[in-house]
Write a protein that binds this ligand. Sequence first.
Ligand SMILES: NC(=O)c1ccc[n+]([C@@H]2O[C@H](COP(=O)([O-])OP(=O)(O)OC[C@H]3O[C@@H](n4cnc5c(N)ncnc54)[C@H](O)[C@@H]3O)[C@@H](O)[C@H]2O)c1
Length: 316
Amino acid sequence: MNILVTGGAGFIGSHLIDRLLAEGHSVTNLDSFSNFYDRSIKENNIRGHQKYDTYRLIEGDIREAAPWEQLEHENFDQIVHLAAKAGVRPSILDPKAYQRTNVLGTQNLMHYAQEKGIKHIVYASSSSVYGISPEVPWKEDDTVLRPISIYAATKITGEQIGRVYAHLYGIRFVALRFFTVFGPRQRPDLAIHKFTRAILNGDPITMYGDGSTERDYTYIDDIVSGIQGAMNYTGSTFEVFNLGNNRTVALRDLIAAIERATGKPANIVQHPEQPGDVPRTCADVEKSGRLLHYRPQTDLDTGLQKFVAWYSEVMV
Ligand SMILES: NC(=O)c1ccc[n+]([C@@H]2O[C@H](COP(=O)([O-])OP(=O)(O)OC[C@H]3O[C@@H](n4cnc5c(N)ncnc54)[C@H](O)[C@@H]3O)[C@@H](O)[C@H]2O)c1
C-alpha cells in the first residue's frame, strides 16, 4: 500500500513506519517537528527510515495549506493520522493551540482525503476522552464521555469530524483510543520517561497525588499491531476502538516497577494532584480483540526493561 502517516517522526508514528517499511509498504511521513520536545529525539526516531527508497519525509504543518498542496498529486491508499498536540496538562495552559492542531489540522486532513478520494483513515484518539466516566472498564459504546481537559475535548472533536466524513462521503474512519503508550522512544513528557530519567540521574521524582491513581499501560508494539488491525478493518465506515491492556497499574506500583527495571531506588516527592489528570484509566478490549484481532502481548516489566535499555543507549 501507499500510506500517508502524519506525525510519523514522533513516538508512535516512527514505530509504525518501522513496521510498514519492513513489510514493503510505501510511506510518506508528514511531520512538522513541532517544538513540544527536542527535535534531535525525532531525528533519531526516523534515522532508520531513510535507507528505504519507499520512504519520503515531508516537513510540513497540518494546520497550513502548503503540505496538502504539496501532496496534491499523490495517490494514497490510506492515511494514518497521528500528528497532534499531545499531553493533558499543557492543553489546559494553551487550549487554543490544541484546537488549531488537533481540530483544524484534522479538518484539513479530512478535506484532503475527500478531495483525493482516499477512503480509509485511521485516527489517533485517546483514552482521555472517557475522562472521569465512572463505568470502568471503559467500553467504546459508552455514550456519555466526561472529558476534563481541552486535549481530550479536541480528540472527541476529531472523532466526530471523522463521523461526519464517514456519513457524508463514505470515507471509512477508524478511531483508536490509545491508553498510555510506553516503550522505546516514549515522549519525554510522559511519566515513565520522566521517572526513568530522574531515577538514573539520582534526582527526586515528582509524584502527583498519593500514588493511588491508576493507568492502563500499553506497550508500543501492541499499539502498532492494533493500528495495523485498524488499517485492515473492512467493516462499517465509522468505528471506535480501545487499544489498551485491560490491566491497571497504580502509580506507586509503576514507580516500584521502574526501580526494578533501572536497579536503582526512587526518591519520591509528593505533590498535589494536577488538574486534568483522571484518577483511573481502564480499557475494555473485547471489541478490538473481536474486530481488529488485537491481542496485547507485552507486560509492564518486560516493556519497562526495553524502555530502560533504549533510554540508556540513546538518551544518556
Ligand atoms: N503516547 C500516548 O500515550 C498517547 C495516548 C493517547 C493518544 N495518543 C495520540 O497518539 C498520537 C501520537 O502520539 P505520540 O505519543 O507519538 O506523540 P508525539 O508528540 O511523539 O508525536 C506526534 C508527532 O506529531 C507532530 N506534529 C505535531 N503537530 C503537528 C502539526 N501541526 N503538523 C504536523 N505534525 C505535527 C510532532 O512533530 C510529532 O512528531 C497523537 O495524536 C496523540 O494524541 C498518544
